[in-house]
Design a protein around this ligand. Structure first.
Ligand code: GDG
Length: 478
């Protein structure tokens, strides 16, 4: 009899959440009385109490973060140190002792709360960079459960890691898990490079890494979307998502407003395309960019930069009956988004670094197979590893993006269909339910860590890690 599944993520799903990750995990978590633990939306007392948010279809338990913890753990260490570091923006990293102090303190506190509800056979699945040290803290509390970690964002290179005050801690934190899930094989290669350069790590014959007596398996599980649901939303008839102002021909971009998404270069590239377009062509770029992490300066800076570029380009190119860039700095409902994707002639994903990029997969799934649009995709998004039939671009090269826009808008139907079929096969292969199933199956095959109360510990049979031959899988919540 296997125990329940305990999922830990910074954001806890709402009662009616229908994000891909939530839907994918619902079955696994609802069977055997599973639990989802995450931070409460409102700040509160930083004690060890978990608040019950609901029991249907599974228990949701929330911990409160104090205003100071929110500042130092969430906006600070997670989003002003780890996020820029993993997205190759060492220049934006803000090192402050209180950030690291509260990051570790929150992980210690969350570990105590997880320990209150965990039983020996439970599987514990921890998500993302907010909780890198959580397994270490749980092991200190003598939990020997199988623990898996999934990193949604790119795995940093050794050079990126050297920005951290204590770069060795990163490998140590990750080595306390039994299974480490990453988005792509390039991420796995960077992770293994980190372990290879660490004298504490030893490679097992099956490719797992033995570190301080614990054994961790590292594999890629490329996350995906709920494909059938997206298709259904995109095919649902309804009024034009634009109301009366539907542009004749448009390209779409959808991103949280984040500097990693390369939106300024996308706008500049669209400007270059406009300079060279045939005079009878009047496409629009519809950019949906809901605000994100606005209390972090780097995010406020990018907001101003985009407003400036969009204003300038519209000033240069607009006509009384044509606005080239429609920049929407707020969230759009899910159902409208799917119908927008379907009507767009092309989608621009120009991330400078991106773990996967679900927008790329959503756009493809939303297309009409008889008359599909074209995905222009950064080669630095994880999605590019499997979606080689997209028009792949270097997001730093605005001229190349501008040429890709022209190519996409002029592409013959047969080529659009061929590229769509190739991309759609990759989207189907990584459906989010397949992703969660394969991660959990791999985690179940891991040998639990043997925790000895005097502090020494190790896996009972260190070379019995999960099957290393399989390579597939995936996950995510908005
Ligand atoms: C992280 C990693 C990885 C966006 N605007 C609206 C809206 N969205 C939805 C999209 C998509 C999701 O948000 C964004 O997902 P991405 O994958 O593109 O990017 P991140 O938010 O950075 O996610 C990323 C992901 O985790 C999963 O592992 O792929 O690399 O950075 O679903 O549709 N949804 C609605 N309105 C909006 O205005 N409803």
């Amino acid at each position: 009899m296997t125990g329940k599944l305990i999922v830990v993520s910074n954001r806890i799903p709402g009662k009616t959440s229908s994000g891909g990750l939530v839907v994918a995990l619902q079955d696994a978590i609802s069977s055997n009385g599973g639990i989802w633990i995450g931070a409460h939306a409102d700040p509160g007392e930083p004690d060890d109490t978990l608040e019950e948010l609901g029991t249907e279809p599974y228990r949701r338990l929330a911990f409160h973060l104090s205003a100071e913890e929110l500042e130092n753990y969430y906006l600070g260490f997670a989003n002003s140190v780890l996020w820029p570091l993993c997205h190759r923006r060492g220049d934006l990293v803000q090192l402050r002792a209180e950030y690291e102090r509260d990051y570790l303190a929150v992980n210690r506190r969350v570990a105590r709360m997880v320990a209150q509800v965990a039983e020996p056979d439970d599987l514990i699945w921890i998500h993302d960079y907010h909780f890198l040290p959580l397994a270490e803290e749980l092991r200190k509390l003598h939990l020997s459960n199988r623990m898996g970690f999934f990193l949604h964002i790119p795995f940093p290179s050794l050079a990126d890691l050297s920005v951290l005050p204590d770069p060795d801690a990163f490998a140590h934190w990750l080595a306390q898990y039994n299974l480490l899930g990453l988005q792509t094989s390039a991420d796995v290669a960077r992770c293994l490079e980190m372990f290879r350069s660490d004298q504490r790590a030893e490679f097992m014959p099956n490719g797992s890494v033995k570190f301080d007596q614990n054994v961790v398996a590292v594999r890629s599980f490329p996350i995906g979307i709920d494909v059938d649901k997206l298709i259904h939303e995109a095919e649902t008839e309804g009024p034009s998502p634009f109301g009366r102002e539907e542009p004749e021909e448009f390209i779409i971009g959808v991103d949280r407003l984040d500097y990693s998404k390369g939106i300024p270069n996308r706008f500049r590239a669209f400007g270059e395309y406009l300079d060279s377009r045939p005079p009878d062509r009047r496409p629009c770029l519809v950019q949906i960019a809901p605000p994100s992490r606005e209390r972090v300066k780097a995010y406020r800076d990018i907001t101003f930069e985009l407003e400036e570029i969009a204003g300038r380009l519209n000033g240069e190119h607009a006509a009384l009956d044509w606005t080239p860039i429609r920049y929407i700095h707020r969230s759009v409902e899910r159902s409208r988004l799917a119908r927008l994707y379907r009507r767009a002639r092309a989608c621009l994903v120009t991330s400078l670094a991106d773990g996967m990029n679900l927008v790329a997969k959503e756009y493809i799934a939303a297309q009409d197979p008889e008359d599909p649009g074209v995905l222009i995709l950064s080669r630095f998004a994880g999605a590019a590893e499997d979606m080689q039939d997209a028009l792949l671009v270097n997001p730093y090269d605005t001229g190349e993006i501008a040429r890709a826009i022209a190519q996409a808008l002029d592409m013959p139907l047969a080529e659009r269909q061929r590229r769509y079929r190739g991309c759609m096969a990759a989207v189907r292969d990584t459906d989010v339910s397949q992703w969660s199933k394969s991660f959990l199956a791999a985690l179940r095959r891991c040998t639990p860590t043997l925790v000895v109360r005097n502090g020494a510990r190790g896996s009972a049979t260190p070379d019995a890690g999960p099957d290393q031959r399989a390579h597939s899988g995936d996950i995510y919540a908005e």
